[in-house]
Design a protein around this ligand. Sequence first.
Ligand code: SF4
Ligand code: F3S
Length: 106
Amino acid sequence: AFVVTENCIRCKYTDCVSVCPVDCFYEGPNFLVIHPDECIDCALCEPECPAQAIFSEDELPAGQEHFIELNAELADEWPNISEQKDPLPDAEKWDGVEGKFQYLER
Ligand code: SF4
Ligand code: F3S
């Protein structure tokens, strides 16, 4: 499956949602996750993310491995999102900031 990682937090651009053929994104207050059992590994979402936050679970950057479990867990709790919406207000400011995991709202 593909996995949403840390740089989505406080950005939530949602471009990814508009291309997913199986609508397997789930939305929290400031982060999105992919349901690992629903993702068909089409890879369409990966290049769409302006924050480059989406990776195949086999190609996660070092230190982002814990997002595999987090995507699985939160996808069962959060509501589905199937249409693109506006990014969070300070998305540009937060894009690329280190250590955003502490700001994850759930
Ligand atoms: Fe959806 Fe394809 Fe991305 Fe999986 S890889 S989340 S199926 S767009
Ligand atoms: Fe997040 Fe990128 Fe989608 S910032 S909401 S994974 S387009």
